[in-house]
Design a protein around this ligand. Structure first.
Ligand code: HDD
Length: 705
């Protein structure tokens, strides 16, 4: 798996040009100190004699060590592990002009540069990618009116309703304070203790226990702004808006067993995938959609739109497609860009406004505050990755790392010395929505936030059979790691208020007594919530393993491999040893990797080509058989041709239909016992299976992988 950069492309946006102005090219230059003094020797410190004392006088030694000693900055308190990418956003048309003055949303000719950072929440910077966790999906739009930061997640609701609970929630989910265990996992006592005592978490926890929390790729997960925002038009009229990112490839997830294995096999799995997709020109794409609704619509909902633990069901307010996001350039430098990017919820442009959602209000404070420590002072907005492309002119000044040299006389407003500049821009200035506020100061949750179970039930009711199965298994796994039985019991009790069958199924797996039925399920569902209804198009970037060895039939490999490449998938030939394999026609095929260096969990599908001798050799190769059986167990599409089909029986896999397969006992297995190259129908059937991504309804009882 290569992580080499493609050749540098010319800058494609104003933001690229701005960043390139800070690029440093070291090729062809000579080593100096930070003061520009040429260095004589950087391998030996200055000593008295060859074996004598090192001299304090050695400024190069001291500077080199000092700089090294101070390379680290504090990692983010949450979302520490992240991966970034550059790209652009473009509105489809100008139809949002009636709702907002934000130019990037209503000018279809503008390609707005963006930087996106995806992240996990719980784990530290060096933790694994494929843990069960929420994923951050934070987008910085460098618009002509200033920066807009949409700091979202891949789950449309949040754990808590009021930002004052955020430190409690984060303390509970992070590693436990006495031993810093577990890394990158929520399966531990303090998290579930908090959850069980704070039932507003119930809806979000349902999502967290679903496969949404183990995305296959950052390119195959949704993103959400979570809160109700406001769009504000030229007349000052406000419309509520919920932001949705929908991946063009559809929503695809891993299965839990696979995710755990990948955490060891390739902890950088999602990061590497994002990097390689972009390097190969298979750019991740997402559609931005908005749910737009008025104050009076909101009054009719049976939940409060200011409550961030609630969704607005798409059946009530459809998602209106408004534009597309393309991620097309990897960062030049991880620290300079991905680590130093500073998202702030407060960064909005004219035409976008806040609401009184108490979680959002706390966020308006917290992000700026955290950057002050993380990035060492108040000038972090002038770090290249954070710098707007819109002009920045004001009287803010000084502080650590100030990098301007202002040439002006007056540094205050109003002034006459500088002819009043910089002046107030008049009607272009950002106007806060003049919401009418009226009430007493108090510390209370509104009654309208009180229902913690209704939408958790809605989510559960909307799941397909396999999604429900995975959710139950996830609860059993997580609670199975909770040592205190009374916490498990409290969680089951809450689940009993979500759905009785769910509670019974979870209780049975975690040694908790079956609860008596507490409430009736309201029976409502929202089909848009199910991952089965979030399919996408194409097989771009899917990794497909061909199991080959000497005696493989060349035509059965190349015909399928070429067809997959044409569709932008990534086929790789895996053999017992690296190098080449001999084909039946006496030629040879280059091997991409030895089977022993990879694992089925790193691929989306497996192909066993034709070839009598190759199939015979692979039938007695335990690694190859395990590879195939494990991919079957993880519900992946499989293809087999001619003699290659014989591996299925040896691997103890259930029988498949001889023909194009796809349905029946071994759904997603496209197999043909007849020898020779695959025909078009075979290729189409396999591509269709790849698009479906997973086949969860397979019989697995006999699979020993
Ligand atoms: Fe947050 C980082 C998303 C609630 C306080 N948050 C952070 C990041 C994302 C989110 C994606 C990483 C940004 C990056 O890549 O640099 N956070 C959310 C969402 C929330 C949410 C979708 C609920 C809707 N967050 C939330 C609350 C608070 C914070 C209620 C505090 C009151 N979040 C932070 C933070 C972080 C952060 C501590 C850590 C690093 C940073 O801000 O820059 O300030």
């Amino acid at each position: 798996m290569t992580t080499q950069r493609r050749d540098d492309n010319p800058p494609t946006s104003v933001k690229d040009e701005q960043l390139r102005a800070h690029a440093v090219e070291k090729h062809g230059s000579y080593l100096t100190t930070d003061q520009g003094i040429p260095v004589e020797d950087t391998d030996n410190s200055l000593k008295v004699g060859q074996r004598g004392a090192t001299l304090l006088e050695d400024f190069h030694l001291r500077e080199k060590l000092t700089r090294f000693d101070h390379e680290r900055i504090p990692e983010r308190v949450v979302h520490a592990r992240g991966s970034g990418a550059h790209g652009y956003f473009q509105a489809y048309d100008d139809s949002l002009a009636e709702y907002t003055t934000a130019e990037f949303l209503r000018d279809p000719l503008a390609e707005t540069p963006v930087f996106v950072r995806f992240s996990t929440v719980q784990g530290p910077r060096g933790s694994a990618d494929t843990v069960r966790d929420v994923r951050g999906f934070a987008t910085k739009f460098y618009t002509s009116q200033g920066n807009f930061d949409l700091v979202g997640n891949n789950i449309p609701v949040f754990f808590i309703q009021d930002g004052i609970k955020f430190p409690d929630f984060v303390h509970a989910v992070k590693m436990e304070p006495h031993n810093e265990i577990p890394t990158g996992a929520s399966a531990h006592d303090t998290f579930w203790d908090f959850v069980s005592l704070q039932p507003e978490t119930m809806h979000m926890i349902m999502w967290l226990m679903s496969d949404r929390a183990i995305p296959r790729s950052f390119a195959t997960m949704q993103g959400f702004g979570v809160h109700s925002f406001r769009l504000i038009n030229a007349e000052g009229r406000s419309t509520f808006a919920k932001f949705h990112w929908t991946p063009k490839r559809g929503v695809q997830s891993l299965v839990w067993d696979e995710a755990q294995q990948i955490a060891g096999r390739d902890p950088d799995f999602n990061r590497r995938d994002l990097w390689e997709l972009i390097e190969a020109g298979r750019f991740p794409e997402y559609e931005l959609g908005l749910q737009l609704f008025t104050e009076s619509d909101a009054e009719r909902f049976d939940f409060d739109v200011l409550d961030p633990t609630k969704i607005v069901p798409e059946e009530r307010v459809p998602v209106r497609p408004v534009g597309r996001l393309v991620l097309n350039r990897n960062p030049d430098n991880f620290f300079a860009e991905t680590e130093q990017v500073a998202f702030c919820v407060q960064n909005v442009v004219p035409g976008i406004g806040f609401t009184d959602d108490p979680l959002m209000q706390a966020r308006l404070f917290s992000y700026l505050d955290t950057q002050l420590t993380r990035l060492g002072g108040p000038n972090f907005a002038s770090i290249p990755i954070n710098r707007p492309i819109a002009p920045v002119v004001n009287h803010q000044q000084d502080g650590f790392h100030y990098d301007e040299v202002p040439r002006r006389e007056a540094n205050y407003h109003p002034n006459s010395i500088s002819d009043g500049y910089p002046k107030i821009p008049g009607e272009n200035g950002y106007v806060h929505y003049p919401e009418l506020e009226d009430g007493r100061k108090l510390r209370r949750r509104p009654e309208s936030f009180a229902d913690h179970y209704g939408q958790a039930t809605l989510f559960w009711n909307s799941m397909s059979a396999w999604e429900k199965k995975h959710i139950v298994e996830a609860y059993r796994f997580e609670l199975g790691h909770v040592e205190r039985r009374y916490i498990r019991e409290r969680v089951v009790d809450h689940l009993n208020h979500v759905d009785h069958d769910l509670a019974v199924a979870v209780a049975a797996g975690v040694g908790v007594a079956e609860p008596a039925k507490a409430v009736d399920n309201h029976g409502r569902s929202s089909p848009a919530l199910s991952q089965t209804n979030k399919g996408g198009r194409g097989i771009k970037g899917l990794r497909i393993a061909f199991l080959v060895t000497d005696g493989v039939d060349a035509a059965s490999v190349t015909a399928l491999r070429d067809a997959l490449r044409r569709d932008d998938a990534v086929p790789e030939l895996l053999a017992p040893a690296d190098g080449t394999v001999r084909t039946t026609d006496g030629a040879s095929l280059p091997v991409d990797r030895a089977i022993s260096t990879v694992a089925s969990v790193l691929y989306d599908a497996v192909v066993v080509p034709d070839g009598t001798d190759a199939a015979a050799a692979l039938r007695s190769n335990a690694q190859a058989l395990h590879f195939l059986a494990e991919a079957y167990k993880h519900a992946k599409p499989l293809a087999a041709l001619g003699a290659g089909t014989s591996l299925f029986e040896t691997a103890h896999l259930p029988p498949f239909a001889n023909g194009l397969g796809g349905g029946g006992a071994a759904a997603g297995v496209v197999a043909r016992e007849e020898s020779g190259a695959p025909d078009d129908a075979f290729v189409t059937a396999f591509v269709t299976a790849l698009e479906a991504h997973r086949f969860y309804d397979r019989p697995l009882e006999t699979v020993v992988a």
